[in-house]
Design a binder for this molecule. Structure first.
Ligand code: SF4
Ligand code: SF4
Length: 474
């Protein structure tokens, strides 16, 4: 971020050369953050409950027989808001993805890593479930540190066994729901109901996900946010002086200094800011950083430091908000938080993309028909003066019910002969067929005639497809 020379004096940029969780020898420093508590944490508990309700119920919700959300990457089957998307919908899907990324960019430009602290599954599961289990079994930071650095006593074995047993159970639960988002809830229940021998791939999938979640939430932990998550890496380019983030109000807090009870203050103590250098904000931080150094990539906006500092401010009878949600601009210039020009520009792009996506969605055909003349075939001349062309046709039914389709040449310019006269297309499935198209020779003017073929579901016209008809020149 750009800062004026006076203000940059407050930031000691050397801290950016090291990571709080890695020592000088490159070894991981295991963090024992202090248990968070306070009004922001209480709000995060409510947000967690909402998140969990959505996470658990979504796979069970159906819209016209379709899941609300299913991302089946193995079979390339995607259902979003009950709408199935097929490989043929790649334009729609592509614009949808671009819209989603622009939304993420816009959101991050304005609100920074708000998502990370309040709704990211990694933070929610780690901070609000796995770490809470740890606090419950092993106690607060100090007791955890003592337990980890102590001998293996029967109490330590009991606590560690219990904790890891519960961790495995929670990892199993999360793995099952993750599978439900990929292959659907029915298929997941099916895997659970039968023996592993009858559903090897599903069983292996659940074991792999369980092991992955267990590893992420017991060992990797904050390293996911600091070193692995691509969204975290984007922060450096997306955040600006007007981005909202969790900030230390250094104008108010500096120069920091220990609290003194002596009424006779020295000159330095008289000039002291509101920060009493108690380091509680650092002790509660799950990524081990000191937010007083300025905005940092490692900060996941968990709000624990706000609560810790507010508690200190109440105790020393100072206003709350020494650490708060604010932008760098608003802290440096004491102005209210406002959106930047860049944020307005992204908003315009986002509105346009949403409009295009909505138009394409509304006009999306639920039946996709592809008609092509059989390769290598010219035309056939029947003895009764009829010219015939042979075609391959493929139908894709994107609806959630089976349909019966018929074909007709627009304006009665020809007759279609198809075996059985009708084509049955299963729900969300595909059907292939071959048909002849007949036109009397005396109606053919050119070697190549452009025709429109209408596709009917009962009496409803669902699609019109253009194709060519070959015939003899006049
Ligand atoms: S908790 Fe507040 S007062 Fe204590 S060190 Fe952090 S910023 Fe300063
Ligand atoms: S700096 Fe504050 S908000 Fe950021 S991760 Fe640490 S405790 Fe959470």
């Amino acid at each position: 971020m750009n800062t004026s020379p006076e203000i940059s004096a407050f930031y000691e940029e050397e801290f950016r050369d090291t990571i709080a969780t890695v020592d000088a020898n490159g070894k991981r420093i295991w963090l024992h953050p202090k248990k968070p508590k306070g009004s922001f944490h209480n709000k995060r508990i409510i947000a967690t409950v909402i998140f969990l309700v959505i996470f658990i119920t979504t796979p069970f919700i159906k819209i016209k027989g379709q899941p609300l959300l299913m991302i089946n990457i193995f079979e390339r089957k995607f259902v979003i808001f009950g709408q199935p998307f097929f490989p043929q919908d790649f334009v729609l899907f592509g614009i949808g993805m671009i819209t989603f990324f622009v939304f993420i960019i816009l959101f991050t430009v304005v609100y920074g890593r708000f998502w990370c602290g309040w709704a990211c599954p990694q933070t929610v599961f780690l901070e609000m479930i796995f770490r809470k289990i740890e606090y419950w079994i092993e106690g607060d930071a100090r007791q955890q540190h003592k337990l980890d650095s102590g001998q293996w006593t029967s109490e330590k074995i009991r606590k560690k066994t219990l904790k890891h047993f519960i961790y495995i159970v929670f990892s199993l639960i999360i793995a099952h729901f993750t599978m439900a988002y990929i292959i659907g809830i029915e298929e997941t229940i099916n895997i659970v109901a039968v023996s592993p021998a009858e559903h090897w791939s599903g069983f292996v999938g659940i074991i792999v996900f369980t092991a992955l979640f267990y590893f992420v939430f017991t060992r990797l932990r904050e390293q996911v946010c600091i070193a692995i998550c691509p969204y975290g890496r984007l922060q450096g380019v997306l955040m600006g002086r007007n981005t909202m983030a969790i900030m230390y109000d250094f104008i108010r807090g500096e120069p920091k200094g220990k609290l003194t009870r002596n009424p006779e203050k020295t000159d330095n103590q008289a000039k002291q800011g509101d920060c009493i250098d108690c380091a509680l904000c650092v002790q509660v931080c799950p990524t081990g950083i000191d937010i007083r150094n300025g905005t940092q990539l490692e900060c996941v906006n968990c709000t624990a430091c706000i609560d810790a500092c507010d508690e200190v401010m109440i105790k020393i009878d100072k206003p709350k908000g020494l650490i708060k949600y604010a932008s760098q601009e608003s802290i440096e210039n004491r102005v209210p938080f406002k959106m930047s020009v860049r944020a307005y520009a992204y908003s315009v792009v986002l509105v346009l993309l949403v409009a295009v996506e909505a138009f394409l969605l509304i006009n999306r055909s639920m039946v996709e028909t592809t008609i092509m003349r059989v390769p290598g075939q010219m035309y056939q001349e029947q003895p009764n003066g009829i010219i015939s062309n042979l075609y391959n046709v493929q139908f894709i039914n994107k609806t959630s019910e089976a349909i019966v389709l018929t074909l007709k040449v627009a304006d009665n310019k020809g007759i279609i002969r198809i075996q059985g006269g009708k084509i049955n297309v299963p729900m969300q499935g595909r059907a292939d067929a071959v048909f002849f198209l007949d036109i009397p020779k005396n109606q053919i003017v050119n070697i190549k005639t452009l025709l429109k073929i209408e596709v009917y579901n009962g009496t409803t016209l669902v699609e019109t497809v253009k194709t060519n008809f070959l015939g003899p020149a006049e």
